[in-house]
Design a protein around this ligand. Structure first.
Ligand code: HEM
Length: 554
């Protein structure tokens, strides 16, 4: 029998009224339960929360702003340990060295897992690479492999010839661009981000598969975009289609991992609706990955069939080779997932760091001059930088630390996930909580760093802070069980590349930016944060070209 609502023109059937009341009742119950839990558990403070959606709207309203900046604003209001719900996921953000230490040292084991977000299902091939893997035996096996074999300091040291060759290829690429540019200018404009991404992908490609992924073709492309530099010289741009595919793969993957909001990750009941189309994009992305990586892996399987039998010395092998020899149980999908870990985790972040450091030096010509003077004293102008020079470059090393402090390329780290309840400070954190470390805020904490927003490398002259995760006031690579396993590779690649570029070339900003202080220093939204506007710079050879070319030959 239809039910007529008083004062309403609509006719509501009994089942609709019943179901609506049931949903309202359930939502209210859930809300009451949350409040009860809050009262019982003494949760940390945070923004207002609503049934079902939690604080999702507070976060969504700030889309377009980097999450590290949003979290910093919230931390100023609620304190260094922030608690809120995103949908049905309890979430915390730590924004002080003390809280980061509590999370990454005291509660390290509890928070050593990762939440199961959609990117891990597709890009991690069922959460099977390190970056997405939940804690457990598979994760521990892979981390052990990274720490003791693939990314150990000794292995990275043995890869010096590879680094030298790739730095040499980058320098040659710039020189060729200069040579093919305007005869009078003796300079060319380079798109620093694009070139560094190619160079780092080549380094990681060689570490993984002994294969350069890019041909750094320096001849001017017809499709090269001319910049507002006034010199009319082309930007350096690799041309090959395969290379471009790899680059867009890394960019897309980075965007999918950290830049796309997916409601289904926070309210599982909505997952099937795929409201933002994230799952669909991820699903479409998988064949692209396989087209790029599977042939490389299968070629390795064929090549190493003999080595597997003979247990070839893994020191001589690239990463995929050593995995095939030592761990033949790993499937093609496992190997694709590991390749993604390194290609995506290691290339964009290191490229972003080179870009930020050069941008800061271009904004501070006095500091740029000081770095180059130091290079001239320590290395001289008769030879090129070698890795043994790096530890003697005291000011240069301060510049690197200051750049990683002020512009951490992964500003909120990757999300951690707790497997049980734990205590942080005076508060109880429920199990299955997602946690972010606001590295950006910690590295700029005014109680630790004087004049924290300024780029002042000198502060590290008399400071014992290092970037390896022992000092919780400086965490560019995070710390603990989930701390970046690529820290040694990253620093080795970053330092040799930057020192060589600064030694070999003079650097200036394009005439379109007459005042260096006007250089746009905003960061891009995403898990990796390079400059919002890619850095373009004019380079001129600083060392005699003959000397560089002669050295690169040997
Ligand atoms: C300047 C360059 C780099 C920076 C600033 C950086 C920073 C980070 C940070 C902050 C994390 C998250 C740690 C956490 O969740 O607590 C991370 C994770 C990771 N990084 Fe790096 N990274 C860099 C380069 C590299 C390189 C070169 C590689 C590999 C060749 C690499 C591989 C990884 C992997 C596999 C993870 C996931 C670790 C896990 O989940 O256990 N990174 N990195």
């Amino acid at each position: 029998m239809p039910l007529k609502l008083v004062g309403s023109t609509a006719e509501w059937s009994f089942p609709v009224v019943f179901l609506t009341s049931l949903v309202v009742l359930l939502l209210s119950l859930l809300f009451v339960l949350r409040i009860r839990r809050k009262l019982l558990m003494k949760l940390p403070p945070g923004p207002p929360t609503w049934p079902i959606v939690g604080s999702m709207f507070t976060i969504i309203r700030t889309r377009g702003r980097p999450s590290s900046r949003v979290f910093t604003t919230l931390a100023k209001r609620y304190g260094p340990l922030l608690f809120f719900w995103i949908g049905l996921r309890p979430t915390i953000v730590v924004s002080s060295a003390e809280m980061a230490m509590a999370l990454l040292r005291t509660c390290d084991r509890t928070f050593a897992s990762r939440p199961k977000f959609a990117p891990g299902k597709y890009l991690g091939y069922g959460y099977s690479n390190v970056v997405f893997a939940p804690s457990g035996p598979h994760f521990r096996l892979l981390r052990k492999l990274y720490a003791s074999e693939l990314l150990s300091p000794a292995k990275i040291e043995r890869m010096l010839p590879l680094r030298m060759e790739e730095v040499g290829a980058t320098i040659r690429c710039i020189l060729e661009s200069v040579a093919s540019a305007d005869e009078q200018a003796k300079a060319c404009v380079i798109d620093v981000r694009s070139l560094m991404l190619s160079a780092n992908l080549n380094i990681i490609g060689r570490m993984l598969f002994s294969k350069r992924l890019f041909d750094l073709d320096t001849k001017p492309d017809t499709d090269v975009h001319h910049t507002a530099d006034g010199l009319g010289v082309p930007a350096v741009s690799p041309r090959r289609k395969a290379a471009e595919e790899f680059k867009s793969f890394v960019k897309e993957a980075t965007k999918l991992i950290g830049g796309s909001f997916n409601a289904g990750d926070y309210i599982p009941a909505l997952r099937w609706l795929d409201l933002q189309g994230v799952e669909r994009t991820l699903r479409q992305f998988q064949p692209k990955i396989e087209r790029l990586l599977l042939p490389l892996i299968q070629e390795h399987r064929r090549r190493h069939a003999f080595a597997i039998k003979e247990k070839e010395n893994s020191d001589q092998l690239d990463f995929i080779g050593s995995l095939l020899v030592g761990h033949s149980e790993l499937s093609d999908n496992n190997l694709i997932a590991i390749s993604i870990d390194l290609l995506v985790g290691g290339s964009d972040s290191t490229a972003a760091s080179v870009e930020w450091t050069l941008a800061e030096l271009l904004r501070h010509p006095d500091l740029l001059q000081k770095v180059q003077e130091e290079l001239d004293i320590v290395v001289g102008r008769q030879k090129m930088v070698t890795e043994s020079d790096i530890s003697k470059l005291l000011f240069f090393n301060c510049v690197i630390k200051e750049s990683l402090r002020l512009h951490p390329p992964v500003p909120t780290g990757a999300p951690h996930f707790s497997t049980s309840a734990c205590t942080l400070g005076d508060y109880t954190i429920p199990p299955h909580t997602t946690a972010y470390v606001n590295i950006h805020a910690i590295n700029r904490d005014p109680t630790i760093w004087a004049d924290p927003e300024a780029f002042r490398p000198h502060r590290f002259f008399d400071s014992c802070f290092n970037v390896y995760g022992q000092d919780f006031g400086l965490l560019p690579f995070s710390s603990g069980r989930r701390g970046c396993p690529g820290v040694h590779a990253a620093l080795a690649n970053l330092k040799l590349m930057l020192a060589s570029l600064l030694h070999s070339f003079s650097w200036t900003l394009p005439p379109s930016i007459p005042n260096p202080k006007d250089l746009d220093m905003r960061e891009r939204v995403g898990i990796v944060s390079p400059k919002l506007t890619p850095l373009q710079a004019i380079v001129r050879p600083r060392l005699p070209t003959d000397l560089i070319l002669e050295t690169l030959k040997t």
